[in-house]
Design a protein around this ligand. Structure first.
Ligand SMILES: [Zn+2]
Length: 383
């Protein structure tokens, strides 16, 4: 019995190694194509035999192709070059919003090939509505390899259910199970939208970075965490509740029951209240006195960001959402406060900035995350 378990474990380990090597080779080809088998072996440290066998598998899966002879460096035969087969497959990323669903199809090179919106009113049928649209939208772009769904809510990792106040989806809604039934052979990822925003911010960052926190500042404040290039959501899926981090133990009572939460003390409603306006877009950003009135708000944000720095020490913190309307002077004021209190980051590396991603960051980030891990196994595979 023990022998059998050990053997199963070894088989599982071998399978994991293979998946990780396939990911390594496929992603290397995608980043450096056209490229020879010998170059892949040199760059990845895998043996030439392993690279050849993995390349054969990717060719038989129709995911890469031989594109002809490359140039010869030194003596011997000219190498045969490999490139990703653009139409060899695709992934579909979906953003579930209030009243609409947004879909984006990506080819194997990560190019966006279709972007489409549709209205939704009956969230009880969310699983079937997503599945019907996905079936229509990916046609003509090769085999469907994966679906990634981003939602504005907490995803329970254990039950694969979502709890959201922004869309009418609660723990009874089994849309993930419906998708799993409708697409039994397809990789499906489900995650909080801020996680996918965080991932695309990391991918599109000017520097090569591996850790980042994205804070989405709207009426609700959420965040997405990237650690070692992966989305981190914690043991239960609730990590990243930046909005409910307290910055004043004696502050105002928040709807969560705690006191002094950032969402309560510094979110858009608090900003509007401090300035006597009803929405952020009414604020005159040319009026310098505006920023002086937001001094406490900036202090609260700096305090919260400093807590993030002390806890997980990311290379970048990116702010997005409606608060970006307040522009650079707002960010500069937070930075100044942060500089006064932060001691745990290298100023040469660390950056605090506004989001710079164009297009739909949720679908872009979800699609990229899925493509970067397309060989990873498992049903519900968000970390
Ligand atoms: Zn709270």
């Amino acid at each position: 019995m023990v022998m059998k378990t050990e053997k199963n474990r070894q088989t599982a380990n071998l399978e994991l190694v293979k998946q990780s090597n396939l990911t390594l080779v496929f992603n290397f080809i995608n980043a450096h194509q056209p490229v020879s088998r010998a170059s892949i072996a040199r760059a990845t440290g895998l043996s030439p035999t392993t690279v050849s066998s993995l390349a054969d598998e990717l060719i038989s899966e129709n995911m890469i192709e031989e594109t002809g002879m490359g140039t010869l460096h030194g003596s011997g035969r000219k190498p045969i070059m490999l490139a990703v087969k653009t139409d060899g497959g695709c992934v579909v990323a979906v953003e579930v919003r209030k009243g609409t669903l947004e879909f984006e199809v990506f080819d194997l090179k990560g190019n966006s090939v279709v972007y489409q919106k549709c209205g939704i009113s009956d969230y009880e049928k969310l699983g079937d509505i997503i599945a019907d649209e996905v079936e229509k939208i990916y046609k003509g772009h090769g085999r469907l390899l994966g679906i990634c769904v981003g939602v504005p809510g907490i995803v329970d990792k254990r039950t694969k259910r979502v709890l959201s106040k922004l869309i009418p989806v609660n723990r009874d809604n089994n849309f993930f199970d419906v998708l799993r039934m409708r697409f039994p052979d397809v990789k499906i990822k489900l995650g909080n939208e801020s996680s996918f925003c965080a991932y695309i911010e990391k991918v599109e960052a000017k520097k090569d970075i591996h850790s980042l926190v994205y804070i989405d500042i709207n009426v609700g404040i959420g965040s997405g965490i990237i650690l070692d290039d992966r989305i981190y959501t914690g043991a239960f899926g609730n990590a990243g509740e930046f909005g409910h981090m307290s910055v004043d133990a004696d502050g105002r009572v928040c709807k969560c029951g705690n006191r002094g939460c950032i969402e309560e003390m510094a979110g858009p409603p608090a900003i509007c209240k401090a300035l006597g306006v009803s929405s952020i877009s009414e604020i005159d950003t040319n009026d310098k006195s505006v920023y002086e009135k937001l001094d406490d708000i900036c202090k609260y944000f700096a305090c919260g960001i400093n807590n993030i720095m002390n806890m997980i020490n990311p290379e970048a913190v990116v702010l997005g959402g409606e608060v970006t309307y307040l522009g650079q002077p707002f960010l500069d004021r937070i930075k100044k406060k942060l500089d006064e209190i932060m001691f745990s980051a290298d100023p040469e590396v660390f950056s605090l900035r506004f989001s710079s991603v164009s297009g739909n960051a949720v679908t872009k980030g979800g699609g990229k995350y899925l493509l970067d891990r397309i060989f990873e196994d498992g049903d519900f595979i968000i970390e």
